[in-house]
Design a protein around this ligand. Structure first.
Ligand SMILES: Nc1ncnc2c1ncn2[C@@H]1O[C@H](COP(=O)(O)OP(=O)(O)O)[C@@H](O)[C@H]1O
Ligand SMILES: [Mg+2]
Length: 254
């Protein structure tokens, strides 16, 4: 199984409020549909929520959970916004010939203190086995400790990615940037400490930005790649097994 995540930073304007990037969505939908049509029938797509998630969570004050009626309205509004973004991407994928089906995480998983505690992955696998392209995304989710909490696309990737053959995460940067603006080619649990000085906190991000992403990915044994989604040809290369500028997370098992 292969997982591709399109970051919220690529398909939305994270400095805006519920602001999509229609041209990027179209370009990436064409790229992903192409990968699928060329035979990647074991592909699961995950996308971030970008400004349809983080900004809406902040507006409604859901950073510490969902308790009162106003926050429940906020949960519902954020979930609706995330679904709206997913519909845009799914619509573009279908128009490009990929049978994409959006599976809202709010309906198939729940959290306990911010972490996934239950995930009905059978639904995802059944769609995959039946020849569809399942699409999951950063979304609000019920949380048994906090009432409700945002579940990042990165956490979904990490959960589904145990045992995956390939994980590719597209963001709006060429990889993890280190000294002198150069892309760090490889990050492992061994050099995380050393490179962590380069990880800046991102504004308008409630799920930890690049640091959160690395923590999720380093928890896996699978190799993953952080690549620039504004250059779809790099995604294509990685899926064809060819090199592309990116940061590799974890080492290939010998
Ligand atoms: N050392 C770093 N290298 C690259 N990006 C970094 C670094 N530190 C912080 N970032 C930020 O992380 C962002 C990517 O993470 P994030 O916004 O969570 O992406 P996504 O929306 O795709 O999940 C970049 O846009 C950048 O602003
Ligand atoms: Mg993020």
């Amino acid at each position: 199984m292969k997982i591709l995540k399109l970051g919220g930073s690529v398909i939305t304007d994270k400095s805006g409020y519920r602001k999509a990037k229609p041209e990027s969505i179209e370009k990436l939908a064409r790229c992903v549909a192409g990968i699928w049509k060329r035979g990647a029938r074991d592909l699961i797509l995950v996308h971030g929520a970008g400004s349809f998630g983080h900004a809406v969570v902040i507006k409604h004050g859901l950073e510490n959970g969902v308790k009162n009626t106003a926050q429940k309205l906020g949960y519902a509004d954020t979930h609706a916004a995330c679904c709206e973004l997913s519909s845009m991407l799914v619509g573009a994928l279908i128009a490009n010939g990929a049978p994409a089906v959006s599976i809202p995480p709010a309906m198939v998983l729940s959290l306990k203190d911010k972490r996934i505690a239950r995930f009905d992955t059978k639904i995802v696998n059944d769609y995959l086995q039946s020849g569809y392209l399942p699409v999951l995304f950063g979304d609000m989710a019920p949380d048994s400790a906090l009432g409700g909490y945002p579940c990042s696309g990165d956490q979904i990737v990490a959960y589904l990615g145990k045992g995956a053959d390939m994980i590719v995460l597209a963001t709006d940067v060429d990889g993890v940037i280190g000294d002198n603006g150069a892309v760090i080619p490889l990050i492992t649990r061994q050099n995380l400490q050393e490179i962590s000085k380069h990880l800046k906190l991102t504004e308008n991000d409630v799920t930890g930005g690049m640091k959160g992403k690395l923590e999720e990915l380093l928890g896996l044994d699978t190799v993953s790649y952080i690549v620039n989604g504004n250059c779809p040809e790099r995604l294509e290369s990685l899926f064809l097994g060819k090199p592309a500028p990116c940061t590799q997370i974890n080492e290939l098992k010998k």
